[in-house]
Each structure stands twice: as structure tokens, then as C-alpha cells.
Design a protein around this ligand. Structure first.
Ligand code: NOJ
Ligand code: CA
Length: 699
């Protein structure tokens, strides 16, 4: 149901005076006005308090057009929209899209050109985008700079990432705006910082909290044919400005009128649950372009993956030394290759035995001997298996067991090569019946000089999603730019990584316990993340006594992540043998749903804790996930979300009494109870811990 009401149409011959629009709740007010120089500006208030002070809007174009001043407006239109839609897969089966919209047509007399701004005011924030209408004096054009400002009112606490145009795979740093500097960056995390563009460039989404308890988040939505927006910071003035990621020759975006920019968003609430549960980013994207979505299915999967990250096996078949030195030119197997037919069958058996949908296999195709380092343009062809991986036998075996195989396309950043091979790669997937692919963009981009976050690469990720959709295939991309809600438009874009995933815990300083309490307020606002939870063997010394790395978690927290870290594609990332040692705890991973009818955020504080209850889309089962940072926590969960009058069997998986992420991470206890909506449960979360609950109605 879509309801549109035009509540005001102003036709004025003169420059408009301030124009004000409110959220449907009337708690947020946005004022638009021109300065005396005709500079378009906006400001935002929440419950009467200033949140964004007067901030400028506009562009600098490469042809010299200065789209930041000299404007006047003749037309303002205000709409009132109330719409509900049903995502194919999601945190809830129906999403309300309710906002008031202000459209401002702006004319620049000196150039005879036109630029429009559209504002949408939701209950939990504001959004604006630019529109370049069709006009005689603007056809093709190049953006040199976007001047969207966000002038904040104080020295807010932030959870920030450095402005690396090639990666978001950093741990969040928690600092006040005035304290942000690259000196704070943790250099031990294994990622090169070469492409940081300046001392005070930081990434969006930027989650913040003001001293008086207001939560703010600056992000963007519907990044299509446009680069990613990073943010320039003037720390002591608390001013942020859009910093578009350039291409190899320094231009920002190539556009042709008529066209629109992505939405710039500022979420605002005094209750953090409103931000983490917001569907604003999805709402700002176009509805699905796929009409028959019956083939888009959620998936729980296992895979030949973690065993390479922990060093038990290798992606490559021969090892780089062997490959280069072999006198006869033949690859000499190292004996540690993970993706063998036999090993794959072992995972297929495991998946079938425990009710999983899919098996991912990495390292199945020729090229891994020298994939890293961006020396070669055509490392992989995405179709040639290693001699010990029998594509047909593996896929026949999977079919006989009712298991779907998940394809892996590591591009090693060589995107031109991937596009050249894409059709053949998809034909192979269709021939054997692979429904989904995990793609990857490790390393610097080829064509050289392009960034992961530039316009060309944004177009690449979106183009791959479109081409996969035409072939009824689903995509889960790693190292792509972070999603901004495009999965609404292409729901086959089922997940992405685009943040620091669980893998870092296997071979680096890892992710601090607070990491997973921040991601839902940042990365996950734009779409599902393939975080790969479920690690039960937490200390890497189990694989090699010399190793000191570990996952910064308790075992119970790994279970909770299946609920707190929303994704319709969820991996049980650990090795089969590790799950078989803890089948009682593994039961939760078997039971947990991945597609939801409803979600209720019960407790939320970015950087500290998060508790969410979700109802399975296809049953009356509910699941709760609760996680904490490095501090132990007690939490009383009121079960009023359960259906009144029904009795449920609740299975509570929580940290053992002496559990703690560092010294005793694998201690857990499982308690079974009968409960109703009138009950409450007390959860004890260890330092770095968590709890998970499943509720099944008792007939
Ligand atoms: C990085 C990805 O995030 C990881 O999941 C994958 O195993 C490696 N690249 C190799 O493709
Ligand atoms: Ca990665």
C-alpha cells in the first residue's frame, strides 16, 4: 500500500525563505535555506535540540561549474509517503517506509543550469540526494568534488575507521571527534595503509554518540554509478564533509543528466535500538528489479575454508616454490591441498547429516600458487579445477545427498580478468547446479590505480549482481565496497563481507570483543554480512602449539552471533571435527533460522552490548542472541515478545560460571525450561561472552 499526499506546493518567483519539514513523529525537523550568496544549506533538530548545524550542499564540476552558490529556487514540493513492502529475505517480513519529502528545484542564474535537492525525513533520521534534471546546458559531466557538509554540535564519541579507499577490514577505533588521528590506527592488523588519502579522512558509516546521549549515524544509501563517500574531518570544529573516492586519474564521477546521486543519511535517536533496527537504508533503495524471486533462497553452509585460515591445509595444490621450481613444469602436490574430492565429500556428508543447505569449497581452481601480490593480470580462469578436484564427481555426490555446492571466485583484485571470464564462469556454475558464488577482491585493483571504493568498482560489483540475477545465481562478495541497501533492488546479492570478519582472529591480532557490538550499527545497516561465525575451537594453539592467536570470544558468544549478525547466508565456519566434540552446543547452529518474520532489538549500546529476539519466517520458533564486549554483563530478558497463551521449550546456551574470552573461552552451559510470554530469563554473559536461546512452541 502506498499513500502519497502532496501537502504543499509553493511556486515562488523569488529566492525562498527557510523551508521546514518534520518527520512523521514530529521529533525531527529539517530546515532548508539559502545564504545571502545563494548557497543551499540545511540544518537538523531532534526534539528541539540542534543536531546538524547549518551545513552546505552542492558540487564542483570539472568544467568549472561551481554548484555551491548563486542559487535561487522557484519550486518546493512537500510529499507525505506511507508505504509497506515485503523483502524477499530479511529481518522482518514486512517493512514500513514512512517519511515526509521536500523537493527543492534550484536554478543558478549565472550558468543557466539547474540542480535539485530532495530531502526525506523519517522518524529515525534524515536523508538527502541531489538530482541533475535533463537540461540544455548539462549533458555529460564530471564531478571533481561533492560538497555535502555535516556540521555537528559537539565532540561526540565515534566508532571510526581510517579512510582507506581499498578496505574496511580494520577494527573500530573508539575516540571523540577531536581525538581522531591516524596515530590511533592499529598497524598490526595486516592491512597496508598506503591508500589512506589524508590525515583526517575517515569512513562512513560513522556511528556516534553525543555527550547528552543522542545516537547519530552518518552513512549513504543506493550507491549506484557513483563512488563511495568517505568523510573529511576538521576535528576541533566537529565538521565533516563528503570525500568521494577518486578514480585512477583523480576524477570522482562521470555522469549524464538526468541522474541522481546516492542518498546521504543522518540517523538520529536517543534510543540506540532505533538505529540498529532502522530500515532507512533499505527503504531508500529501489524496489526489486527481479520479478521471479522464487530461486533466491537463504542458506546455512559449511565449507573448506577455516582449515586454510588456521593453516591445516592450503588453497594451492602445489605451493609457490614447487610450482616455480618444477623442472618438468608439472605441479608437484604439497599433500596439504584442502579442496580435494575426498575432503569435499567429507564436508558434504557432514552438511547432509546435520541439515545444512550448502558447502563452499575454496582453492578448487588452478591459480593459487601465485595469486597474491597483483603481479599477474590473469591468475584465475574460474573454470579449470586442480587435478585432485573432480568437479563432476563432487557435484554428483552433493546432488545425491541433497546438498548445494557454493562456487568460489577469488579475483585477486584483477577485475578486468574476472569480467572477461564471467560468462564462462557462470556457464560452469549452471552446468553443475551451483546456486551461489562467493567472490573475492583481495589486493589492489587491476586496472591499476583504481580503488575498491571508486565509481568503476562500484559499477563492477553492481553489474556482477545484475548479470548473476539474469542467470538466477546468488552472490556473496568479499572485499567489495560496503553495501548501501542494493540488496533491496537485487535480492540475489544475498550477502557481502566488506568489514573485518571472523577470519582475522585466525591469523592476526584479531577483532576485539567489542567489534561485533559495533558492526550492527555500521556495516550491517547497508545489508547482510558474511561474518562467518561459529568457531568452537577458539585458541589457535590447538593447531600449532606455537600459535598465540585466538578468537576474542567465548563459545556461547559464537552461537549468539547467528542472531545478532543478521544474514540470510550463514556459515558454520569451524571444522566438522570441532563441532562433533560439542554436539550439544552445535544443536543451536542446526536449529537457528536465517530468514525472519520479525525482529525485536531488546537492548543496544554500540561498543558495549546488543540483544535481539527474532521470529523464524516459516515457523513459530523464536531465537535470542545477546552479546557483550570485554565486560561481563547480567541481562534480564522479558519474554513478552512470545505469543501470549503459548508454552515454549526454551533452550538457553550461555557462558559457564567461570567462562571468560581469554582464559576459559570454551566453558558453556545449556539449560532447558518451559516458559510463556509472562516470564523473564536472567542471562549471565562472561567477559567477551554471549548467550543464545531457542524457543519452540510445545503443542
Ligand atoms: C579473503 C576472504 O575474506 C576469505 O574469506 C577468503 O578465504 C580469502 N580471501 C581467499 O579468497
Ligand atoms: Ca576479507
Amino acid at each position: 500500500m502506498k499513500r502519497i499526499t502532496i501537502i504543499g506546493l509553493l511556486l515562488l518567483g523569488l529566492q525562498l525563505a527557510a523551508q521546514s519539514v518534520q518527520s512523521p513523529s514530529k521529533e525531527i525537523t529539517l530546515n532548508f535555506s539559502f545564504s545571502t550568496k545563494g548557497e543551499p544549506t540545511y540544518e537538523v533538530f531532534y526534539k528541539g535540540k540542534p543536531i546538524v548545524k547549518k551545513s552546505k550542499l552542492g558540487f564542483k564540476l570539472k568544467d568549472g561549474t561551481d554548484f555551491t552558490s548563486g542559487f535561487s529556487s522557484t519550486t518546493n514540493t512537500i510529499y507525505n509517503i506511507d508505504d509497506t513492502w515485503n523483502p524477499v529475505l530479511g529481518e522482518q517480513s514486512s517493512i514500513r517506509n514512512r517519511y515526509n519529502e521536500l523537493e527543492v528545484e534550484m536554478n543558478q542564474e549565472s550558468s543557466g543550469k539547474q540542480l535539485n535537492v530532495i530531502f526525506r525525513i523519517f522518524n529515525e533520521g534524515i536523508a538527502f540526494r541531489y538530482a541533475f534534471p535533463k537540461q540544455a546546458k548539462l549533458d555529460y559531466f564530471i564531478i571533481s568534488d561533492e560538497v555535502s557538509e555535516f556540521n555537528l554540535t559537539g565532540d561526540h564519541k565515534t566508532f571510526w575507521l581510517p579512510g582507506d579507499f581499498d578496505s574496511q577490514e580494520y577494527p573500530y577505533m573508539e575516540n571523540k571527534l577531536s581525538e581522531i588521528s591516524t596515530d590511533k590506527i592499529d598497524l598490526n592488523n595486516g592491512i597496508g595503509l598506503k591508500s589512506i588519502a589524508g590525515k583526517y579522512v575517515i569512513q562512513s558509516p560513522l556511528m556516534m554518540k553525543s555527550a547528552d546521549g543522542i545516537y547519530l549515524n552518518i552513512f549513504e544509501a543506493a550507491v549506484v554509478n557513483y563512488p563511495v563517500m568517505h568523510l573529511d574531518l576538521v576535528p576541533n570544529e566537529f565538521k565533516l564533509k563528503s570525500h568521494l573516492v577518486p578514480n585512477a586519474i583523480g576524477d570522482k564521477a562521470y555522469l549524464q543528466a538526468p541522474c541522481v546521486s546516492p542518498w546521504r543519511t543522518v540517523m538520529i535517536s536517543d534510543d540506540a535500538r532505533d538505529i540498529v533496527g532502522s530500515k532507512m537504508i533499505l527503504n531508500l533503495n529501489e524496489p526489486s528489479k527481479i520479478t521471479d524471486t522464487s530461486w533466491i533462497k537463504p542458506m546455512k553452509y559449511v565449507g573448506i575454508w577455516w582449515e586454510m585460515h588456521v593453516g591445516k591445509s592450503t588453497w594451492d595444490y602445489a605451493g609457490s616454490q614447487n610450482a616455480q621450481n618444477a623442472a618438468d613444469g608439472q605441479l608437484k602436490p604439497t599433500g596439504k591441498h584442502g579442496a580435494t574430492t575426498e575432503n569435499t565429500k567429507r564436508y558434504i556428508d557432514f552438511a547432509a547429516k546435520y541439515g545444512f543447505d550448502g558447502v563452499l569449497v575454496e582453492g578448487w581452481n588452478v591459480g593459487w600458487e601465485d595469486w597474491f601480490g597483483n603481479w599477474k593480470e590473469n591468475v584465475f580462469d574460474f573454470t579449470t579445477p586442480y587435478p585432485d578436484f573432480d568437479l563432476k564427481a563432487v557435484n554428483d555426490y552433493a546432488k545425491s545427498k541433497g546438498i548445494k555446492m557454493i562456487m568460489h571466485h577469488e579475483t585477486s583484485g584483477s577485475v578486468a580478468n574476472y569480467e572477461r571470464h564471467l560468462d564462462r564462469a557462470m556457464d560452469l556454475m549452471k552446468k553443475y547446479g551451483y546456486p551461489a558464488v562467493k567472490s573475492g577482491y583481495v589486493g589492489r585493483i587491476i586496472p591499476r590505480g583504481e580503488f575498491h571504493d571508486g565509481q568503476t568498482m562500484v559499477n563492477h560489483y553492481n553489474y556482477v549482481a545484475q548479470r548473476m540475477a539474469e542467470n538466477k545465481l546468488m552472490v556473496n562478495s568479499h572485499e567489495s565496497s560496503r553495501p548501501t541497501g542494493y540488496s533491496r533492488t537485487y535480492p540475489n546479492y544475498i550477502a557481502a563481507e566488506a568489514a573485518r570478519g571472523n577470519e582475522f582472529n585466525a591469523w592476526s591480532v584479531g577483532n576485539p570483543p567489542m567489534h561485533e557490538t559495533i558492526l550492527p550499527f555500521t556495516r550491517l545497516l547497508g545489508g547482510p554480512m558474511d561474518y562467518t561465525p561459529g568457531i568452537f575451537e577458539i585458541k589457535m594453539s590447538a593447531y600449532d602449539a606455537k600459535k598465540t592467536e585466538q578468537v576474542h570470544t567465548t563459545l556461547a558468544k559464537q552461537l549468539a552471533l547467528y542472531v545478532t549478525m543478521y544474514s540470510p547466508l550463514q556459515m558454520a565456519a569451524d571444522l566438522p571435527e570441532n563441532y562433533e566434540k560439542h554436539l550439544d552446543a552445535f544443536q543451536f547452529i542446526k536449529d537457528v533460522a536465517v530468514d525472519w518474520q520479525d525482529s525485536k532489538y531488546l537492548e543496544a549500546e554500540p561498543g558495549d552490548y546488543l540483544t535481539v529476539a527474532r521470529k523464524d519466517k516459516h515457523s513459530e520458533n523464536w531465537f535470542v542472541g545477546a552479546i557483550t564486549d570485554e565486560n561481563a554483563r547480567k541481562s534480564k530478558i522479558n519474554l513478552s515478545f512470545l505469543t501470549p497463551g503459548k508454552k515454549y521449550k526454551a533452550i538457553i546456551y550461555q557462558d559457564g560460571k567461570t567462562a571468560d574470552w581469554k582464559n576459559n573461552p570454551m566453558s558453556y552451559e545449556i539449560i532447558t525450561k518451559t516458559v510463556t510470554s509472562k516470564d523473564a530469563v536472567q542471562l549471565n554473559l562472561a567477559a567477551g561472552g554471549g548467550a543464545a536461546i531457542s524457543f519452540q512452541p510445545i503443542n
